[in-house]
Design a protein. Structure first.
Length: 258
């Protein structure tokens, strides 16, 4: 049984002490500015995919950014370093939210604000407009991914997306088995096909960073791009294709209204 004494740190203050509050749950490798600390393995604080997207979209220096699902604040950090005057980052996973606050303190981030809550509900409140929106690793966790793109189209003319998409021919059999047959769907006048996937036991893993539901809907490659065009994004660049990723094919998208 846990006691009050278990929640005290007896060593000298350090960044590692804070990181170890979520020991073995981190996805991201901290940048050199954090010092010699141990966390995760993914280099999300220097993500070349987001750097590509910022370059294609004209950067964010002097502008306001909205980020959906910051996870561990790696991209938030990149946006601040790229010159954003402010970054609103909305995170619905409470453990991820707390990890973002730890990162903010360790790295001395000054222009980022982390909000704890559901970003779809946030977008429904008409929060104003942003010079850039970043939605990395969230589209394929939605029950209604088209609604999310539609909501984003109301608040920005420039959008960076990174997402998995459904293509059975590019999936390992055990991954493909998690998906249902495609079902026809329509939202806001846009017809498309959705593929339901179940999180199953993966949702029980420490550090799970999917949705707070038992399933989500994936879209196909072409439907994602067609959806962006449906909502007025006329300049669409696609790069960083990963067709042999263990969690499914994916791509990075920089979309803008001309």
């Amino acid at each position: 049984m846990s006691t009050a004494a278990d929640h005290y740190v007896t060593s000298a203050p350090s960044a590692q002490n804070a990181i170890d509050l979520f020991k073995d749950e981190w996805s991201s490798q901290f940048p050199p500015e954090a010092g010699p600390v141990q966390a995760g393995e993914w280099k999300l604080f220097e993500d070349t995919r987001l750097a590509w997207g910022l370059a294609r979209l004209g950067g964010i220096a002097g502008g306001r950014a909205l980020e959906l699902g910051p996870l561990e604040a790696g991209h938030t950090y990149m946006l601040e370093r790229a010159g954003a005057t402010s970054v609103i980052a909305v995170e619905g996973n409470t453990r991820a939210y707390l990890k973002c606050l730890i990162v903010k303190e360790i790295l001395g981030m000054k222009r980022a604000q982390f909000l704890c809550g559901d970003f779809v509900e946030y977008l429904r409140t008409a929060p104003g407009t942003f010079d850039l929106c970043v939605a990395s690793g969230v589209l394929y966790h939605m029950k209604n991914p088209v609604e999310l793109i539609g909501l984003l189209s109301r608040v920005t003319d420039r959008l960076y997306l990174w997402s998995h998409y459904f293509d059975k021919s590019m999936m390992a059999p055990d991954l493909a088995a998690k998906f249902s047959k495609g079902i026809a769907a329509e939202h806001d006048g846009f017809g498309h096909t959705l593929y339901r996937q179940s999180y199953g036991e993966s949702a029980q893993r420490p550090g799970f960073c999917g949705a707070g539901t038992r399933f989500s809907h994936w879209m196909g490659h072409d439907d994602v791009l067609a959806c962006l065009r449906h909502y007025g994004f006329t300049r669409i660049d696609v790069d960083y294709p990963a067709r042999d990723h263990p969690y499914g094919p994916n791509f990075a998208i920089a979309a803008a209204r001309s």
